[in-house]
Design a protein around this ligand. Structure first.
Ligand code: GLU
Length: 275
């Protein structure tokens, strides 16, 4: 029967061969349980409507289909996160009521100056506990400051991954208190993704292995909300001939470019990348 899955592209650029591979695995694993398409367009001006249209067009060309209709998303089929801010605010409220999050006005610079480097990602400093507030003030709205999730320092979070096996991350070492609500009054990725994977009754999350540490963060959010997490499947990232991961600048490996170069959908989905 399979497990209901999702395709969750962010429309800040064109889909590339790496997306095609991850989405093919997601579709295979979901089988008859099907997929939802969720456009993760909460990142304000960086998301562009032309990339939403290009993504839907590329996905259809590749042969993907997803559940559509009024029970799924908006009238146009896919979910668009930018239309779902009331739901994200509701989840912010649940986390605030649970005492799991706190307002954190500190600038990136404050954090970098006071932070220690995490084990696996020196680019992302661990938020220093010294910058936590000393007492809890209740709030009825985020109020134009970032909010962070307070992580249980030293706790090991373990989860089973269909590809990576048992994965461990330690709160306070591999990652620190993380942002769930942004200064510009938008939800941060970690909150929006948990809110929607829960609301959309996703059974298994299939995505790139670069999000393994995020999964540990997301498990803490599920716990704070009293929700059961989905199953996890993190797939290796596609790299270009020089070993760099494909990013928004895809250097000829955008699905668009492969289409223009005469590749068929099966070739894009099945073939290894050209050297
Ligand atoms: N929107 C994210 C991306 O395009 C995927 C996040 C997820 O699958 O949880 O990289």
């Amino acid at each position: 029967m399979g497990r209901r899955g999702r395709l969750a592209p962010t429309p800040t650029g064109l889909l590339h061969a790496g997306h095609a591979r991850t989405f093919r695995i997601a579709a295979d694993r979901a089988g008859a349980a099907g997929l939802v398409l969720r456009i993760e367009d909460i990142d304000g001006p960086r998301c562009r409507h032309e990339f939403v249209e290009a993504a839907i067009d590329d996905l259809r060309w590749l042969g993907f289909s997803w559940n559509e209709g009024p029970d799924v998303g908006g009238p146009h089929g896919p979910y668009e996160q930018s239309l779902r801010t009331d739901w994200f605010l509701e989840v912010w409220r649940l986390l605030e009521e649970a005492g799991a999050i706190y307002p954190s006005p500190h600038s990136r610079r404050d954090v970098e100056e006071a932070a220690t480097a995490p084990h696996d990602n020196p680019a992302e400093p661990v938020f220093p506990p010294s910058l936590r507030p000393t007492h809890r003030e209740r709030a009825s709205a985020p109020g134009g400051v970032p909010w962070r999730f307070r992580v249980p320092d030293g706790r090991s979070i373990a989860f089973e991954d269909a590809v990576a096996g048992t994965v461990h991350r330690t709160a306070g070492i591999d990652f620190g208190d993380f942002v769930v609500w942004r200064r510009d009054d938008l939800p941060a990725y970690e909150l929006a993704v948990v809110a929607d994977d829960h609301a959309m009754e996703i059974d298994e999350v299939v995505r790139g292995e670069d999000l393994l540490t995020s999964t540990a963060r997301q498990i803490l959010i599920y716990e704070a909300l009293g929700w059961g997490p989905p199953a996890w499947c993190h797939v290796p990232l596609v790299r270009d001939a020089a070993g760099r991961r494909l990013a928004k600048r895809t250097g000829g490996l955008a699905i668009r470019d492969l289409r223009a170069a005469g590749w068929t959908p099966d070739e894009v989905l099945a073939r290894e990348l050209p050297a």
